[in-house]
Design a protein around this ligand. Structure first.
Ligand SMILES: [Zn+2]
Length: 522
């Protein structure tokens, strides 16, 4: 929109042909969102003797979510923007986007393939400067993961082996809330671990959906890892818990303005339909046994990956230790996550995690996982977040979960020394102020104390042997603790057990599990 005076002036200068050079904005598509836009300036700039370029400046406001009718103290958010501009080709555009972060956002000429703006195109805080080479362009905060993408992926996953699909309920606006149950049905369920994963309570957090999609692609894959995961686990996956919010291009709320992330402790009359559906489904799937792990997938503005780990003060030391084991294993497998990035908070009943804690305490680890929109490790000069490296992170996340719960027992053989039989000069400790697997670890009583390790019967092949370096269950720990360290490579011939001896490096050394990882033949 421009003022009458500017319009008259512009018409006087350029005549009616100028009107055709104007830009049309729209957001009437899946995940589309804009608050307002205003033409601030429009000038022809001479670049050469016979070369002028039309330069347009727009001020754009990202759209606020509606006022929250339940949690009235919560200020509506306006993070997400995703709009289409037509008529942009060969014009110099300056877009100042307010009410949101504009840190190298994305553009697309086809609404499918998105590219990050270069640093030189986003030099000033909040401002984009670019000459587009095609007439239509989409601009978005991050690569969108719209409702239609989730529908397409669900239709692709649901016909794969070991996958069951169901609509567990409907949203406020009547969209289906869909769940996949993934497990190898030829294996008895009684011995399986049970893992719940859901995402997208906050619609702006599309990186979380790319991360979650990568995980489901691996879980459903035909790879040895995928097959082993399905053999030893029942996965319950609800990729979109807030479909209305995603489709409508909201930031942190559903279409009603309610932030459903903090709607878990309300009386029935103030509980949103989406949360009622989740509670009902969780009650059904936990009626026989609690879930072992529940992941709540989010994205955050801070430029780092993190879990929101619940403090020992608000839970128990043992529960903190379990969460730190998952977090440490993820750090072990990902270059994009560091001990210093871990986040801590008290468990609270308004959240999903608090609702689970109140029901199951230590029995179920429920935790939020956050991915950034920008770059990893707080390092602007390092790796920027892309859909590709979110898939790498998905693989790291699953390796961590697999180790924690011993889910891939044929290719990643965990030897957790719980029995303590025959280990002289080692003391058994259960002190949860350390990060270890299972219920106990060992402390050596002298340097050189020997631990005899016996593997299960192994297939032919080459294996790498690791030991878990037991470190402190502290908020920050050295990067060489709470990590797998390689001991040696082992060649195995014929189905037999492997025996090896580990000698303590010093008195007081803490040791726990060992792991043999089978090298792939590819
Ligand atoms: Zn969130």
């Amino acid at each position: 929109m421009f003022t009458k005076r500017t319009l008259t002036l512009l018409l006087a200068i350029f005549g009616s042909s100028f009107l055709f050079s104007q830009i049309r904005f729209s957001t009437s598509f899946d995940s589309g969102s804009i608050g307002s836009y205003k033409l601030m300036d429009s000038v022809w700039v001479k670049r050469g003797v016979k070369d002028s370029i039309l330069t347009l400046s727009y001020e754009i406001d990202s759209r606020f979510d509606p006022i929250n009718p339940i949690d009235t103290a919560l200020r509506p958010s306006a993070r997400w923007y995703h709009f289409k501009m037509e008529g942009v080709k060969d014009k110099q555009l300056f877009l100042t986007i307010r009410n949101s972060e504009v840190i190298r956002p994305f553009y697309s000429y086809d609404g499918v393939n998105y590219t990050r703006f270069e640093s030189v195109e986003n030099i000033y805080k909040g401002s984009i400067n670019k000459i587009f080479t095609r007439d239509t362009v989409y601009i978005s905060h991050f690569v969108p993961y719209p409702y239609s993408r989730n529908r397409d992926k669900i239709d692709q996953w649901r016909v794969m082996p070991d996958v069951k699909h169901e609509v567990i309920g409907t949203s406020y606006l009547g969209l289906p809330i869909e769940m996949l149950t993934i497990t190898d049905e030829s294996v008895n369920d009684a011995k399986k671990k049970r893992i719940w994963i859901h995402g997208r309570s906050h619609p702006s957090e599309s990186p979380a959906s790319w991360h979650l999609e990568g995980m489901v692609d691996i879980i459903t894959s035909d790879t040895p890892f995928g097959k082993e995961l399905r053999k030893n686990t029942i996965f319950y996956i609800v990729p979109f818990i807030n479909p209305d919010g995603v489709m409508g291009g909201f930031s942190r709320s559903s279409s009603t303005g309610v932030n459903i992330e903090v709607n878990w402790d309300r009386p029935d009359s103030l509980t949103m339909p989406e949360i009622k559906v989740l509670k009902k489904t969780l009650e059904r799937v936990t009626s026989e046994a609690p879930l072992d792990l529940l992941l709540n997938m989010h994205s955050q503005i801070s430029s780092s990956v993190t879990y929101w780990i619940h403090t020992a003060e608000s839970t128990t030391e043992r529960f903190l230790k379990e969460q730190l084991l998952l977090s440490s294993l993820t750090i072990n497998y990902s270059p994009y996550y560091r001990p210093v990035d871990q986040s801590f908070s008290a468990v609270a009943p308004r959240y999903f995690e608090g609702w689970i804690w109140n029901k199951f305490q230590e029995r179920s680890v429920a935790i939020t996982f956050e991915t950034p929109y920008t770059f990893y490790n707080q390092n602007r000069d390092g790796t920027w977040v892309s859909t590709e490296n979110l898939r790498e992170l998905a693989n790291s996340s699953l390796l961590a979960i697999s180790d924690m719960m011993n889910l891939s027992r044929e290719t990643r053989i965990l030897i957790d020394n719980e029995s303590g039989k025959g280990q002289r000069n080692w003391r058994v400790s259960i002190d949860p102020k350390n990060v270890f697997f299972g219920d106990s670890f060992y402390v050596s009583q002298k340097k050189g104390a020997r631990v005899k390790i016996v593997s299960p019967i192994l297939e032919d092949g080459e294996y790498t042997l690791y030991r878990w370096v037991v470190g402190p269950a502290d908020e920050i720990f050295p990067e060489d603790r709470n990590i797998w360290t390689k001991i040696e490579e082992i060649k195995v011939k014929g189905g037999k057990k492997v025996r090896f001896v580990y000698r303590s490096l010093e008195e007081g050394e803490k040791i726990d599990s060992f792991m043999l990882v089978k090298q792939s033949n590819q």
